[in-house]
Design a protein around this ligand. Structure first.
Ligand code: FE2
Length: 438
């Protein structure tokens, strides 16, 4: 929710290395002022994990990964170079599912990042009965309250973190500004401490993409994407040249992290050619393939915006793109896709809505809205809605998701928790609630 915009050459992540498309060098002087950032963890799956760090100067750096149970260390080398803003992405492969590994970073013989908390855990085998705990939220600053939330997520022992936008606030697409804000956000000690031992996935909302209520028409959005590809270690970024959507599986949950900014308003909608798009055709095709292929009991569709109308003057919500929401619902119903749960952020209020969509989707769709991590709430956005089942206008919150497939039917328990660890509200679902009744 508030505004601005800007541009740049793109870089994509190719097989564990950074491939830079020409130009764009942040000045060494600017770069030199920033301390070492990280290491933190990005995408991981059953057999691989990604580790990120920003070096203070160019050079070769080695990631050393050792099974916690003992055994041979794996070494992965990467070059920190100014043209990638000194950001290092290591991808370590050939790991065992559901296993713990210690890691550290060396420059030559010298150990430069070593901490007993530097542990990475691979995902358990996809269909093995297991429990997983996620933290999901949006709208964070570098303030004390946001820092307490990072600490609380760690105290709650979450297995993974999903940040769905306005994380951080940037309000510009200028390369320098985007870079500066990502550095400031990544420099928060509590954020680093949280993510040194659990993977994180990110998408953006308006303020980290370009500015308040911004769409895919924002000038300079390539800069925002470039900085995300530098600062956030993901397996893939959108379609490879546009967007930043991604997905991951952790135990009984698969999370589809949608990009509801990059493509919005940029082309006719796949659902209705006379209306604008939100997801864009490429992302929609990716999502359909992913939903059809997923064997997860719970399939989260997570994005920055909310899945209904904010009922204010802004247009960045699914209420503006009902035609695409309807297409998703029809797709779920026609293909009998079970377990879909909607997740949104953005509005500085937290809510649970249960929609009477059984006729279309085969079961009632539920939406969880989790916001804000920082301290400013917006009571006016907690609007009346017939489908509302929980709501709270509470600062410094996140949604703790506990999913359990060791029981039948699998369970999904979502609890909104504040920085003090107090439960604000909770809502329980089982896989049986999310099965097609048709
Ligand atoms: Fe926000």
């Amino acid at each position: 929710m508030n505004p601005t915009t800007l541009s740049l050459p793109r870089r994509d992540f190719i097989g564990g290395a950074l491939a830079l498309g020409a130009t764009t060098v942040i000045s060494a002087q600017h770069a030199g002022k920033t301390p070492l950032l990280g290491p933190i963890l990005g995408h991981s799956d059953e057999t691989s994990a990604m580790v990120w760090m920003r070096a203070v100067a160019e050079g070769e750096f080695t990631l050393e990964v050792t099974p916690e149970s003992g055994g041979k260390a794996q070494l992965v080398k990467q070059q920190a170079v100014e043209k990638d803003d000194l950001c290092l992405h290591w991808r370590v492969t050939d790991l065992k599912p559901g296993a713990r590994y210690r890691y550290r970073v060396l420059q030559g013989e010298k150990v430069i990042a070593d901490n007993s908390g530097q542990v990475l855990t691979t995902a358990p085998k996809a269909d093995a009965p297991t429990k997983v705990r996620l933290a999901i939220s949006s709208c964070a600053k570098e303030d004390a309250g946001s820092r307490e939330v990072w600490n609380r997520m760690a105290t709650e022992n979450v297995d993974a973190v999903v940040l769905i936008g306005d994380t951080p606030y940037i309000d510009s697409t200028e390369l320098e500004k985007q870079t500066q804000r990502h550095r400031e956000f990544a420099a928060v000690p509590e954020y680093q401490a949280l993510l040194k031992s659990r993977p994180c996935w990110w998408t953006w909302d308006d303020h980290d993409f370009a500015g308040n209520d911004s769409s895919g028409l924002a000038v300079g959005k390539e800069n925002s994407r470039l900085v995300v590809t530098r600062y956030r270690p993901q397996r893939e970024y959108g379609d490879g040249s546009g967007g930043i959507y991604s997905s991951f599986r952790r135990g009984p949950v698969e999370v589809f992290i949608l990009d509801t900014r990059w493509y919005s308003m940029t082309e006719p909608s796949f659902a209705s050619p006379h209306k604008p798009t939100l997801l864009g055709a490429k992302q929609w095709e990716w999502l359909q393939r992913g939903l059809l292929a997923s064997t997860a009991p719970f399939k989260l569709l997570a994005c920055g915006v909310i899945w209904d109308d904010k009922e204010n003057t802004e247009s960045d919500d699914w209420g503006t793109y009902k035609h695409e929401l309807t297409a998703i619902q029809k797709f779920i119903g026609e293909n009998k896709i079970s377990g879909v749960i909607l997740v949104g952020g953005d509005i500085h209020a937290s809510r649970v809505l249960r929609y009477k969509t059984a006729k279309t989707t085969g079961y009632d769709l539920v939406q969880f809205i989790a916001s804000p991590i920082h301290g400013s709430t917006i009571p006016s956005l907690n609007v009346y809605n017939l489908d509302l089942v929980r709501s709270a206008v509470e600062p410094h919150v996140f949604l703790r998701v506990d999913a359990d497939s060791t029981v039948t039917p699998a369970e999904f328990h979502a609890t909104l928790i504040n920085k003090n660890g107090e439960t604000v509200f909770s809502y329980h679902l089982t896989a049986a609630d999310l099965q097609s009744k048709a």
